[in-house]
Ligand binder design. Structure first.
Ligand code: 6PG
Length: 234
């Protein structure tokens, strides 16, 4: 399975989920991720589903954002805008971006409120319909990095995180919020991820150090979308 085929399968599942919500005239709340694999997916949805998805019911949020302005090539919002958002007819009010250009602590607080005010709630935490995640080679997901596992159990909705190597500040949703959603999907491609994917999926002892191991669906389902290379050791 190539990354493109994988993205195609995911895109049709996305459209089906969005269709279910639209049928019931319900919002479909989705937290997007950054990363190279999600970028392939967004392009594909932007190219093939412009007309068949009722975009007025779709609300996009971001699971994490780099603290840079939206024009930066590192902006996760910018990536989604360039690959998908400019191709679809979605009301601007349905785009809930993290303001990477603002003060990180203040923005983490503001964005927590924006999520709470625009999603359903379960057990006192926001409930996204779908959270799309990538997986870093160090086992991070969203912007929850190794050594920062407290963000998996934090009671906050959002937090400021720091990339361990570049020291770039990030804003991320926390593990409990991810685990509270209806559908969690990891989208992972490439040989470099094969070892870590195997360790996490097989629940090997060392994998506990990878934040992605702490992502467990509490109320819905968690699906791994892997290309042939990422699945090579399974
Ligand atoms: C980010 C992400 C992050 C990403 C992984 C995988 O903004 O950095 O949201 O969690 O998804 O690092 O990225 P790649 O697919 O580029 O390896």
């Amino acid at each position: 399975m190539t990354p493109e085929l994988l993205a195609g399968i995911f895109a049709s599942e996305f459209a089906a989920m969005a269709g279910e919500s639209a049928k019931r005239k319900r919002r479909f709340t989705v937290a997007l991720s950054g990363g190279s694999t999600p970028a392939i997916l967004y392009s594909l949805i932007g190219d093939n589903y412009t007309k068949s998805v009722s975009w007025e019911y779709v609300h996009f949020f971001w699971g994490d954002e780099r603290c840079v302005p939206p024009e930066s090539s590192e902006s996760n919002y910018g990536m989604a805008r360039d690959t998908l958002l400019h191709k679809i007819d979605i009301p601007p009010a349905n785009l809930h971006r993290i303001r990477g250009e603002d003060d990180p602590a203040g923005e983490a607080e503001r964005y927590s409120g924006e999520i709470v005010n625009n999603t359903l709630s379960r057990n006192g935490l926001p409930e996204f319909d779908l959270v799309i995640l990538g997986l870093g080679e160090d086992g991070h997901t969203a912007s929850i990095f190794p050594g920062n596992n407290s963000l998996l159990v934090s009671g906050s909705v959002c937090a400021v995180a720091v990339h361990p190597l570049s020291h770039q500040k990030r804003i991320t949703i926390t593990g409990k919020v991810i685990n509270n959603s209806d559908h969690i999907c990891f989208l992972v491609t490439g040989k470099k991820k094969a070892e870590i994917v195997k360790e996490i999926i097989n629940k090997e002892a060392g994998a506990l150090n990878y934040p992605a191991s702490g992502i467990v669906s509490e109320y819905g389902d968690l699906t791994w979308f892997l290309d042939q290379d990422a699945a090579a050791f399974l």
